[in-house]
Write a protein that binds this ligand. Structure first.
Ligand code: MV4
Length: 480
């Protein structure tokens, strides 16, 4: 593998190119017209304009990207996350054109892209799942009977849904029919597929996912968990590894289950198996993400691995050299996603120019970044600017380092979620480790953030005043 094309932009394109360069592999960037001067374009050995700003006219044009790859003599395509990363047709088209797709086979992407197909695939492997139906259900009286057997509250999910879309909680029997009607029509209009299924609703879950890595020789290892419960409207905010609630026993049980999920679909490459963990610490398989995830760095830090390097080696057909026995957790890592969104104004995307943009530096601070000072934030793509990642021996130290790093991150010209990040990191519930997926809804409001910022401004003013008085005294002292 001498040359790879990165079918992505921003921080993840740069992240992938960094590893490729280290491995002596040439890189080809693609870009849209608004990204002409973007850092990922300059970072690559070659760069090709692919189309207009909207994703469906550039980063989503699979056929055009393959054409470019062929012209440039590319051996493999890394899709990053988002865009074409979980597009089975694209993965297949790459292989049909003799270009290696750095990811799993199309078959695995297809299976895991459908929640019902995923449930079906793992059925024979003894993976714990939330009690529910394992088939699409459109017969409402039949569904109601099943719901009563499962017991309320129940959750209606769209099979084609994802990221929380197409889900409805039903608290009691009386609401069941109307909620089913709504769920089916919503799923039909949103996904063109009205298949829904029902599950017992887990009220206070944590979201814990397991990183796995599989080679083409039948070896599968897990690289432990990431705690991803701190999310807002299904958008992750802070991820960490390890989770403060897993015991070594639970960790290895979940790891084993994740490996089985991977085996159930002949998985190859880096993947993530999502679980819910209930209050009694029972875990349930939810779904599998068949890509390199945004939050992969926290796993890299605690395991001392380079997941992109492993992906590339697996794609070259090499056997994994890491073994389960040799994998150990070392230290604690936190990741804050820094978005160009205003936390005081309903997280509205904040577009504009990065007038000041200075990234914090220091030992055990990693910033996976795709932006630089003076750039405009394009409105066409995900508004994530960077990922601020800290690493330390203990969770407490990693949190302290995160708070300091946020203070040292200088951004002017646009609003960002950095203050929201310090709100979470300073919160007692977060610090105690005792939280679940309801954290943001439960504790966050713009008013609390505004109050916190006012308090801090007051304290800063008091410190300045104290210094001023001290200075005055120094002047006055000789007069006495
Ligand atoms: C659930 C659940 C409770 N009970 N399933 C949300 C996205 C999708 N991946 C699955 N999700 C959930 N499934 C049952 N049976 C609660 C959620 C859920 C959630 C899961 C992970 C992270 C954040 C979440 C926020 C709200 C709901």
């Amino acid at each position: 593998m001498k040359k790879i094309l990165i079918a992505n932009r921003g921080e993840i394109a740069i992240r992938i190119m960094q590893t490729a360069k280290k491995m002596g592999i040439k890189t080809v960037a693609i870009y849209s017209t608004v990204d002409r001067n973007a850092p990922h374009v300059r970072f690559a050995d070659e760069a090709v304009l692919i189309g207009e700003a909207p994703s469906n006219k550039s980063y989503l044009l699979g056929d055009k990207i393959i054409e470019v790859a062929k012209k440039r003599g590319v051996d493999a395509i890394h899709p990053g996350y988002g865009f074409l990363s979980e597009n089975a047709n694209f993965a297949e088209a790459c292989e049909n054109n003799n270009i290696s797709f750095i990811g799993p086979k199309a078959k695995a992407i297809k299976i895991m892209g459908s929640k019902l197909a995923a449930k079906e695939a793992v059925k024979a492997y003894n993976i714990p799942m939330v009690p529910g139906t394992d088939e699409a259900i459109s017969d409402i009286p039949k569904a109601k009977k099943l719901a009563k057997e499962i017991g309320f509250p129940i959750l209606i999910k769209a099979s084609a849904g994802g990221g929380g879309k197409g889900m409805r909680v039903v608290e009691k029997e009386a609401e069941f029919e109307s909620q089913m009607d709504r769920a089916i029509s919503e799923a039909t209009s949103a996904f063109g597929d009205g298949s829904v299924f029902i599950e017992k609703y887990v009220r206070e879950p944590r979201h814990i996912e397991i990183q796995i890595m599989a080679d083409t020789h039948g070896n599968v290892v897990h690289l432990f968990e990431r705690e991803c419960s701190i999310q807002r409207r299904h958008q992750k905010v802070i991820e960490e590894a390890p989770s403060s609630v897993l015991t070594p026993e639970l960790r290895s049980k979940m790891g084993e289950a994740a490996i089985m999920v991977a085996k159930s679909c002949d998985y190859v490459g880096a993947g993530t198996v999502e679980f819910l963990l209930d209050e009694a610490h029972n875990f349930y398989f939810l779904e599998m993400n068949t890509r390199l995830q945004v939050e992969h760095p926290v796993t890299e830090l605690i395991t001392g691995t380079d997941l992109v390097a492993l992906q590339i080696r697996v794609a070259r057909g090499e056997e994994l050299t890491i073994t389960q026995e040799n994998l150990k957790i070392n230290g604690h890592a936190l990741e804050l996603r820094v978005y160009a969104e205003d936390p005081l104004n309903n997280f509205l995307p904040s577009v504009g120019n990065l007038e000041v943009y200075k990234i914090p530096k220091g030992e055990n601070i990693r910033v996976d970044n795709g932006f630089e000072e003076g750039m405009d934030i394009p409105i066409y793509y995900d508004p994530m600017l960077s990922k601020l990642i800290t690493y330390a021996e203990t969770r407490e130290e990693a949190i302290e380092l995160m708070i300091t790093a946020i203070q040292n991150y200088e951004i002017e010209g646009i609003k960002t979620t950095l203050p929201f990040g310090s709100f979470v990191c300073e919160h007692d519930a977060f610090r105690s480790g005792n939280f679940n997926t309801h954290f943001v809804k439960k504790y966050y409001s713009p008013e609390t953030l505004r109050k916190k910022q006012e308090e801090e401004a007051k304290i800063a003013a008091l410190i300045a005043l104290k210094q001023y008085l001290k200075d005055l005294k120094l002047v006055r002292l000789p007069l006495k």
